[in-house]
Design a protein around this ligand. Structure first.
Ligand code: GLV
Ligand code: MN
Ligand code: MN
Length: 423
């Protein structure tokens, strides 16, 4: 694989149509478009279903087979000459509530563009190549991000997620059923089944490629995380009459708990990532002392030992700081850092260089479906630059040229890996 790209791989890259990819990206950006230029296309909503229907229509117009599994992971298959495990390429179509036009959907449409390029160029492969769109990567609506890839890879059974209640009160089981029922004509397939390899293209979501003036990063690893919620419980009362000294104010308790967590997470090397992204207050009335405050914890680090050690201290820290209120920690999910196999990283880097695109290696600060798919088959990722490193933001942007370059590298890597022995 390191001896340069095959003729087939170069032909696949050359057949990528950047204008078609861009027009598909903009068509998807219109589904759930926000007034501020961003996108709200959260998992298993009407907008998500609309996006699935549009993609299904494009696939069928090209004569490609569309199928869906019990987790609503959506597949588009281009058959191979032999009955072999497929090479998977893709990402996710769901967005954050105030998300951008590229996170996730870029990787899905770049993968779809690869299938179209292979069709246009009449290039056959030994094994099937399948585009996949994983369900609920973001976790913005249902706080169990990567539901589709976790249940496909066997990381966790789908049943574990079915009772999760969304930010809008809808239960995941019902939203999933509604999504599957919306397209009864799509062929059903089993959940899982393995793959030869998986490659995901994504915007970097950070500033490095733009700063270095490079087109592509071959992603080496993804940092691990711990996600949880803290509930602080106080005593409700009248804001005008209850003496300050006698109060058990849940919001004040939560503020002390968050301040204590900031101290616990302090890191002069700026490697720790710690975010409180959600705060819910009950009863949420300006003149009632808050009875309950619930906040989220998103804690990430590239080293498992650091994750373990600091996370183990969170519960005691919030309890002590929230007193005299009570505080409870509900653990939601955890993932160890993941390292992508060296041959896959090398194949992506070599493909970029062979196509004349300057590349580097980078770890990922964000998590991605590839982290979980890597438990089931060799997996890897490539990044393209995004403007000012912005992501999970309505102004998220990647240029048409960079989108095209990433799809070319994806096409070449897919062709190389489809024929390679990886185990
Ligand atoms: C995925 O979007 C993440 O939060 O890393
Ligand atoms: Mn993403
Ligand atoms: Mn995201």
């Amino acid at each position: 694989m390191s001896n340069g790209l095959s003729e087939q791989a170069r032909a696949a890259a050359a057949a990528v149509d950047g204008e078609r990819l861009w027009s598909r990206l903009m068509a998807m950006a219109a589904i759930g478009a926000r007034a501020d230029g961003g996108v709200c296309r959260q998992a298993l909503t009407r907008e998500d279903r609309d996006a699935r229907a549009v993609l299904t229509g494009w696939a069928r117009a090209r004569g490609l087979r569309v199928s869906v599994d019990a987790a609503a992971n959506l597949f588009v298959t281009r058959p191979g000459a032999r009955d072999l495990p497929p090479l998977l390429i893709g990402s996710h179509m769901d967005s954050q509530p105030a998300g951008g036009r590229f996170d996730g959907i870029y990787g899905v449409l770049a993968a779809f563009e690869v299938l179209e390029a292979l069709e246009d160029a009449g290039l056959g492969t030994g094994r099937p190549i399948e585009m996949v769109a994983w369900t609920n990567e973001e976790g913005g609506r249902f706080p169990c991000g990567c539901t589709g890839s976790m249940s496909w890879s066997g990381e966790a059974p789908l049943e574990n997620f079915l009772d999760v209640v969304g930010a809008d009160g809808v239960v995941l089981r019902d939203a999933l059923a509604e999504t599957l029922a919306a397209s009864p004509d799509i062929e059903r397939r089993g959940l899982g089944g393995g793959a030869h390899a998986y490659i995901e293209a994504h915007i970097e979501q950070g500033p490095v490629l733009e700063r270095e003036g490079l087109a592509i990063a071959a992603v080496t690893s993804i940092q691990g995380f711990r996600m949880s919620h803290v509930t602080v419980t106080g005593t409700p009362g009248h804001a005008g009459t209850t003496p300050m000294a006698a109060r058990r104010d849940a919001v004040q308790g939560a503020l002390r708990a968050i301040a204590a967590l900031n101290e616990l997470m302090a890191d002069p090397s700026d490697t720790v990532r710690f975010t409180v992204g959600c705060i819910d207050v009950e009863p949420n009335s300006p003149n009632t002392i808050p009875a309950r405050a619930r906040f989220s914890i998103d804690f990430r680090h590239p080293e498992e030992a650091v994750l373990e050690a600091r996370y183990a201290r969170i519960e005691a820290a919030v309890r002590a700081a929230a007193a005299p209120c009570d505080a409870d920690l509900e653990h939601e999910s955890s993932m160890s850092p993941g390292v992508f196999p060296a041959p896959v990283v090398a194949a992506i880097e070599a493909a970029a260089r062979d196509l004349g695109l300057p590349a580097m290696r980078l770890p990922s600060g964000a998590f991605h479906d590839a982290l979980f798919i890597a438990r089931a088959c060799p997996a890897g990722m490539l990044f393209i630059p995004c403007k000012a490193g912005l992501s999970h933001h309505p102004d998220e942007y990647a240029t048409p040229q960079d989108c095209e370059a990433g799809a070319r590298v994806l096409a070449a890597t897919a062709m190389q890996l489809a024929e390679a022995t990886l185990s």
